[in-house]
Ligand binder design. Structure first.
Ligand SMILES: Cc1ncc(COP(=O)(O)O)c(C=O)c1O
Length: 347
């Protein structure tokens, strides 16, 4: 078991913070006359504040993920968890964060907002981790290390040994973003949580579950890390409709989610193959996610051409190591056919 002194890692002001105590955290029972939270007594159920700790939903997530509820934080998308981790553990100006390049942009944006220096190590030519360069970059002020596997926008997963070497060696918290893990050939690192107190895993309802609109992200970590996040979050950070929709999805829509996953993965494999036959495409990178990165001859022209046909893709050509690249999310079979047909007409 790798031990981590979570108490020591926290910023002092967070350690000493007296958190807000909401009405629903002081009394969470049911069937009472609620005159404590200045709610309107009409318009049930949305007149009532939601459960600040989302226990009903966490109990269902705990069953599916095989972790206990005190190891789960739920937030307004994974983005909330990213921001809270930085606010809890990084002293502005003094501390720093280490991550990779290219990767998901919100780690740097949240670091910048919090005035925390964000250092990045370029991935290798085959989009893998440069572990020794990363570990060399660590200093005593490096509190968080952000990884993303499968990585956005490169779409590949990192080698398990490399990720483990980083978790083993780094003394701060390793935040591993697994937003795309359901589409991956790899099982992810949730099963490592009991052994590593410094491991934090992000997952989301936005991708495989098809619920980007409700803004619900999951964070799995040591219960002391989760307690710090709960201490500083806004009291009712996940709203009642989002809780109800997610609970219904977990209880009733698991088969639909599994069917969508199968369809998306099949489509990913099909269009990855078809894209290699298209003249304007120079290279199709192997994908372990629900999007495909392709290198094209002229990304700006192709992006505009597709946009004029109302097919919107992501131009990633200005991103490190992604020179000339566009990113295509895997859509329905019909949508993907329209994309392929449009691209075939390009030189
Ligand atoms: C790697 C990664 N993490 C997190 C997110 C955002 O997740 P959420 O919708 O839960 O905020 C994205 C969105 O594209 C992503 O690519």
């Amino acid at each position: 078991m790798k031990k981590t002194d979570i108490e020591k890692l926290q910023r002092n002001n967070i350690k000493n913070l007296q958190p807000y105590s909401s009405a629903r955290s002081e009394y969470s029972g049911t069937g009472a006359i609620f005159l404590d939270a200045n709610e309107n007594p009409n318009n049930a159920p949305f007149n009532r504040y939601p459960d600040p700790l989302q226990l009903k939903l966490k109990n269902e997530i705990a069953k599916i993920k095989d972790v206990s509820t005190d190891h789960i934080f739920l937030g307004n998308g994974s983005d909330e968890a990213i921001d809270l981790l930085i606010r809890a553990f990084c002293q502005p100006v003094t501390d720093n964060i280490l991550s990779i390049d290219p990767t998901y942009g919100m780690y740097k944006v949240c670091a910048d907002i919090n005035e925390v220096k964000f250092n990045r190590i370029l991935l290798t030519g085959d989009f893998q981790l440069d572990v020794s360069a990363m570990l060399k970059m660590v200093n005593k002020h490096t509190k968080l290390l952000f990884l993303c596997s499968p990585n956005n926008p490169t779409s590949n997963s990192f080698r398990e040994n490399d990720v483990m070497k980083i978790i083993d060696s780094f003394e701060g918290l390793v935040v591993l973003d697994e937003a795309y893990i359901d589409f991956s050939r790899h099982r992810g690192f949730l099963n490592k949580l009991p052994e590593y107190q410094n491991l934090v895993i992000l997952q989301t309802f936005s991708k495989a579950w098809g619920l980007a609109g409700i803004r619900l992200g999951m964070c799995f970590a040591d219960s002391r890390v989760i307690a710090v996040m709960n201490k500083i979050k806004y009291p009712y950070n996940v709203n009642r409709p989002a809780l109800a929709i997610a609970l219904e999805a977990l209880v009733k829509n698991k088969q639909a989610k599994d069917r969508w996953l199968e369809e998306i993965i099949n489509e990913r494999e099909r269009i990855s193959k078809e894209l290699t036959k298209i003249p304007c495409i120079i290279r199709v990178f192997p994908s372990d996610a629900n999007f495909i990165l392709v290198k094209v001859k002229n990304p700006g022209t192709i992006y505009e051409y597709l946009k004029n046909k109302k097919i919107i893709v992501r131009d990633r050509s200005k991103v490190s190591l992604c020179d000339g690249c566009l990113r295509f999310t895997v859509g329905t079979a019909e949508e993907n056919d329209l994309l392929l047909k449009a691209l075939e007409k390009m030189d």
